[in-house]
Design a protein around this ligand. Structure first.
Ligand code: PLP
Length: 493
């Protein structure tokens, strides 16, 4: 070689890596030419003052990556076609942009209906992070017992076995976690279910997605609470379902509206009975029984999204629909996004026995399996009691925040607002007395640095109702947010 390689024996970088980088650079910069013979390993080691093994290992690595080629008996050569060449893009010629644009337009016409829906409906989030985010339906991450969680995480990392790198045999999820969930649900939700019926998924979002794929055909009708959780509505719509909105009163979903000649044949009805999203109404027991009776008589599935049932601040919890279901009509969705932290992306489905195999297969087809490590940690977290301890502690914190938020609204708005729903959850629905349009309220609040969410009504209409999420906000922020809201919309208008 007619150039020098620089190897620094005092560097923290291992010698093999230094030699690799030097040779790779020389090849890419054409100081070593394609097809050129490399020095013999012994000779190169001697000239650099390093061991021959280091040179041999470097040559081996570069050969397996395609930078060098070994010819039996005659030595090692720089490869004629370098792997990096395949990765490098060609410089675009004249008119390229225009051609790409035309092609892009033609190709988007070829998207599926689902793809077209996603293409035409942008994913919108706040352009800049607001000073006060009342739209964040999240738990308070600062209160999460991260020390216990990381201890368990470390334990499982340290005891990792090679066999755990392989795909688990069952797509349904880690059995000890499914068992821990089953035990917890029996204790907390009056739901007695075998672990066999539980399927671990990546949060409620994936649960609704799987439900939709398994049950809903393009053009099918699905019953949705009105107003509803936007997350579920968009999944159903993206998959081509037609939404049949059903109103919600003080007892929950109006089951009466599911009856009658003008009601289309519904594939499923999606409900949030423990704390209707967003009105906060808890579905009464008679209404639950009425819904189950209707579901049984009409052979319709009921999707129960039990997203934040853990936070109920007064009265006895009403058993989940799933626990009352005698006719295998209910598909239950649970999530850890509201109790632990949202980036965990773990939730679960409980499906009737006749659908276990189908949903397990759907999960397999979608992404095989949810990540094992987090499932192992969560299984221990629940089994060792940290989960329920955390919920008990957070229930007090959220109840206090809810009370504080209502006091703060009273201080700033007097009697010109109304909170609907039961004393539960980590958000509430507030109706303001104002003549401003909903869009104008959102805009004015935004100008003050506050993000609030309108409700998802079908059809969309002005209601002056807004979702105020207080769970992740300490009192000082709640107070600041409400006072800013009052500057934005509070004055008599
Ligand atoms: C009604 C409802 N269900 C479920 C979720 C949670 O979704 P995920 O488990 O996908 O985070 C939310 C989040 O805001 C919600 O409002």
């Amino acid at each position: 070689m007619d150039f020098a390689l620089t190897i620094d024996s005092t560097s923290e970088l291992p010698l093999q890596q230094q030699l690799y980088e030097e040779l790779r650079q020389a090849i890419l910069e054409r100081r070593l030419l394609a097809g050129q013979k490399m020095p013999a390993t012994r000779e190169l080691a001697r000239s650099l003052g390093i061991s021959r093994t280091t040179v041999v290992l470097t040559y081996d690595a570069m050969t397996s990556e395609g930078y060098l080629e070994a010819a039996t008996g005659s030595g090692t050569y720089v490869a004629r076609e370098l792997p990096d060449e395949f990765l490098r893009s060609q410089a675009p010629g004249a008119g390229h942009e225009k051609k790409v644009e035309v092609r892009r337009r033609a190709c988007t016409q070829r998207l599926s209906k689902f793809g077209r829906y996603l293409h035409d409906n942008e994913l919108v989030g706040p352009a800049v992070e607001p000073e006060i985010n009342f739209a964040l339906g999240r738990p308070d991450n600062d209160e999460f017992p991260i020390r216990q969680w990381t201890q368990l995480l470390n334990k499982h990392c340290k005891s990792r076995r090679f066999s755990e790198l392989e795909l688990p045999k069952k797509s349904q999820g880690y059995l000890p976690l499914r068992q821990a969930i089953a035990d917890y649900l029996a204790r907390a939700r009056d739901v007695n279910v075998e672990a066999e019926r539980i399927i671990i998924v990546n949060g409620s979002q994936q649960a609704v997605d799987l439900v939709t794929r398994v049950l809903v055909e393009h053009g099918d009708h699905v019953g949705l609470e009105n107003p509803c959780w936007f997350g579920a509505q968009t999944i159903f719509e993206a998959q081509g379902a037609k939404i049949y909105p059903v109103s919600v009163d003080a007892n929950g979903l109006n089951v009466e509206e599911l009856r009658g000649k003008r009601v289309p044949d519904l594939k499923l009805v999606y409900v949030t009975p423990s704390h209707q999203f967003p009105t906060g109404v808890v579905m009464s027991l008679p209404r639950r029984l009425e819904l189950l009776d209707w579901a049984e008589k009409t052979d319709t599935y009921v999707i129960e999204d039990d997203y934040d049932s853990e936070y109920r601040y007064e009265g006895r919890p009403i058993p989940a629909l799933s626990g009352l279901d005698k006719s295998e009509s209910v598909i239950y969705i649970g999530t850890f996004s509201k109790t632990l932290f949202v980036s965990l992306r773990l939730g679960y489905l409980i499906v009737p026995p006749h659908l276990v195999q189908t949903f397990a297969h759907a999960k397999w087809m979608t992404d095989r399996h949810s990540p094992l490590l987090e499932q192992q940690v969560l299984a221990d977290f629940i089994a060792e009691g940290h989960f329920e301890r955390h919920i008990r502690r957070m229930r007090n914190i959220y109840e206090q925040r809810r009370r504080f938020a209502i006091e703060s609204l009273t201080r700033h708005f007097g009697d010109r607002f109304k909170v609907s729903g039961d004393n539960a959850g980590i958000h509430m629905l507030v109706k303001f007395q104002t003549k401003l349009s909903d869009d104008e309220i959102v805009r004015r609040a935004q100008k003050e640095g506050v993000l609030i969410l309108r409700t998802s009504r079908i059809p969309e209409e002005d209601t002056a109702e807004f979702i105020i999420c207080y769970g992740s906000l300490p009192e000082a922020k709640i107070e600041l947010g409400v006072s800013k809201l009052s500057s934005a919309i509070g004055r008599r208008s």
